[in-house]
Design a protein around this ligand. Structure first.
Ligand SMILES: CC(C)(COP(=O)(O)OP(=O)(O)OC[C@H]1O[C@@H](n2cnc3c(N)ncnc32)[C@H](O)[C@@H]1OP(=O)(O)O)[C@@H](O)C(=O)NCCC(=O)NCCS
Length: 177
């Protein structure tokens, strides 16, 4: 299976929406994503147009998709944060950081390295902008995601917190140049 990983394009907002709506209906969604299907499905087209445009261009956010035979089989986004801003949990950001969010691989394409290729694309993007680490939050019960992240070089930072979906842990990996 040949898989291409690339950033989304602004005009692909319908595909961005449809993949997200599939993700938030995944059986693991309650320990994976901060927003419910109902909340995501209620957004107007403009929300998805902005989401795709934001993920496609600029240095603040990048959304990557894995494409195989024309089908979008996985995605993740990277959010770069400046000190003084707030992260996706509303926590103050003290030092520049880059967080991986919205990680999803379609069930029929799991276990084939798609998540590794997506994480590497995110890491490469952050590295190219001078970043030296990549972080993410994962639910303590989402052991499959944790194992995939560990394989990709992420380690438990020891930080634990309770977010809107329950008990979460932080994982991070250094980005070597
Ligand atoms: C998380 C996700 C992107 C990982 O991608 P994936 O293709 O499934 O990952 P992989 O199969 O390559 O790796 C999963 C690891 O978990 C292990 N694993 C699989 N099922 C498991 C289970 N039930 N319990 C524990 N470990 C499990 C696999 O053996 C593998 O570890 P290994 O490489 O050490 O053998 C994908 O499962 C997904 O989209 N899940 C639903 C959404 C989600 O949870 N997103 C993450 C939010 S933080």
């Amino acid at each position: 299976m040949s898989v291409e990983v690339r950033r989304v394009r602004p005009e692909e907002w319908r595909r961005v929406r449809d993949l997200r709506l599939d993700a938030v209906r995944d059986p693991a969604a309650s320990i994976a994503f901060l927003h419910s299907y109902e909340a995501e499905a209620a957004h107007p087209d403009e929300f998805w147009q902005n989401r795709a445009a934001g993920g496609a261009e600029g240095d603040a956010v990048a959304q990557f998709v894995a494409e195989s035979a024309g089908e979008w089989i996985g995605t993740l986004s990277v959010l770069r944060r400046e000190p003084g801003s707030q992260d996706h949990h509303g926590r103050p950001v003290q030092t520049p950081r880059a967080d991986v969010v919205g990680v999803y691989v379609r069930p029929e394409h799991r276990g084939q390295g798609v998540v590794d290729a997506l994480l590497e694309a995110g890491a490469e993007w952050v590295r190219g902008l001078g970043g030296n680490s990549l972080a993410l939050d994962v639910h303590v019960e989402n052991v499959r995601a944790q194992a995939a992240y560990r394989r990709a070089g992420f380690a438990d930072t020891g930080l634990r917190f309770t977010g809107s979906i329950g008990a979460e842990m932080e994982m991070a990996r250094p980005l070597h140049r």
